[in-house]
Write a protein that binds this ligand. Structure first.
Ligand SMILES: NC(=O)c1ccc[n+]([C@@H]2O[C@H](COP(=O)([O-])OP(=O)(O)OC[C@H]3O[C@@H](n4cnc5c(N)ncnc54)[C@H](O)[C@@H]3O)[C@@H](O)[C@H]2O)c1
Length: 376
């Protein structure tokens, strides 16, 4: 007796995905692929911690588990990879995956240095594979609504922009000693840099001035730990932006963005989970989101659905792999976006070290945009 076809003839084969790194973020992405992204299949998981990878695979029904990402890259049955290992492995894994012909979704940051990221993006280019970086805020409904307004000119010419990340916390950071150096810029504010760049799309970040400190864990200041930062950014169109981050907001996970321009203001994000308010004798209160996977549950799902659509389009030879055709604004964050935001984070590190403003190295990204507009 022969097997019945799992996929009816004429139906599209699912996009098969291998997960590389199955920790906090990887496990959530794995669950999204397995349960929330139609037309995608979680085929394999690679993590040196095979025990937890095996446990995750059995819950989600992934048939292949390995300690070594190379096994996934060599697997002809896998179309694409999601890279959610620690950041120090990202650019090497991107380059290896591209060389193996796999389409790549990589968590931010896509690398920790511009040279390594440029090499990875060159490998992506040479292989002709699709590349997307995990700037999930672009997929949050309110940020996308704001972007749509900005693209339509609602705020006019951008003059002042702001973006903030306040991670939920308890007022202390128990694992602080294990947080890699400069995480506040390379892994946290990098989201804000992308949001600001996306909101101020036709301009390039020219210069940053960053101040950072250990205000949540002052005892770790001497070891170079930083949990709080403010960055001012000058853009090539004259706009001035502020990005700020804290690793510990007692009231929950707080992500906001704003553009003020010649015609008005557009805002995205709010500190509260819903618009419901509770009024009692003690005053007014509202619930707040506590985790990134609560606030951005749908955005994390939608970024992977966008990725799967793009991979399917490439694999099956159909045309577009970018934003939905009805959208009049850019959406999918790619290599240039990953590099531009990383260049800002690296300039922030230099700024903190020097105590002065530092120019952003966007040379390899899009010098045309800088040249077109007046650089102050
Ligand atoms: N977009 C977001 O909102 C968001 C949120 C959290 C984390 N992240 C990013 O996701 C990435 C992972 O963060 P996390 O919090 O899940 O970390 P984590 O420490 O929870 O998980 C990392 C996993 O990678 C595994 N690993 C280590 N080396 C590996 C290798 N060479 N190949 C494969 N797997 C390897 C570890 O065993 C671990 O299971 C980071 O880049 C982080 O910045 C993004």
């Amino acid at each position: 007796m022969a097997y019945l076809n799992r996929t009816p003839s004429g139906a599209t084969q699912p996009v098969t995905i291998g997960l590389i790194g199955s920790g906090w973020m990887g496990a959530f992405h794995a669950e999204s692929i397995a349960r929330r992204v139609p037309g995608a299949e979680l085929a394999a998981i690679a993590d040196p911690n095979v025990e937890s990878a095996t446990a995750l695979a059995s819950v989600l029904g992934a048939s292949k588990v390995t300690a070594d990402a190379a096994d996934i890259l060599a697997d002809p049955e896998i179309d694409a990879v999601i890279i959610a290992s620690p950041a120090r492995f990202h650019s090497t894994l991107i380059a290896q995956a591209a060389a193996a012909g796999k389409h790549v979704f990589c968590e931010k940051p896509a690398g920790l240095g511009l040279d390594e990221l440029d090499a990875a993006l060159a490998a992506v280019e040479a292989a002709g594979v699709h590349f997307q970086v995990g700037f999930n805020r672009r997929y949050a409904a309110d940020f996308q609504a704001a972007k749509k307004d900005l693209a339509a000119g609602t705020a006019g010419t951008p003059q002042l922009l702001r973006s903030l990340t306040r991670d939920p916390g308890t007022g202390s950071i128990p694992h602080a000693a294990r947080v890699p150096a400069w995480t506040v810029f390379l892994e946290t504010l990098i989201h804000d840099f992308d949001t600001l760049n996306w909101f101020n799309e036709r301009a390039e970040p020219v210069e940053v001035y960053a101040i950072a400190d250990a205000l949540v864990e002052p005892g770790l200041r001497g070891q170079g730990f930083l949990d709080t930062a403010v960055v001012t950014i000058r853009y090539s169109n004259g706009a001035i932006a502020v990005a700020e981050a804290s690793f510990s907001a007692l009231y929950g996970y707080d992500i906001r963005g704003e553009v003020f321009g010649s015609k008005g203001m557009v805002q995205a994000g709010r500190a509260t989970e819903t618009v419901a308010r509770r009024y009692t004798a003690d005053g007014m209160s509202a619930d707040t989101p506590r985790l990134n996977v609560e606030l951005f549950r749908q955005a994390y799902t939608d970024e992977l659905a966008d990725f799967a659509d793009a991979v399917r389009a490439r694999r099956d030879g159909s045309s577009d792999d970018a934003a939905p055709s009805s959208a009049a604004y850019s959406l999918t964050p790619g290599g240039a976006d990953a590099r531009r935001a990383l260049a800002m984070a690296l300039a922030c590190i230099e700024s903190v070290k020097a105590g002065t403003p530092v120019r952003v190295n966007t040379a390899a990204v899009n010098t045309a945009a800088v040249n077109e507009t007046a650089v102050l």
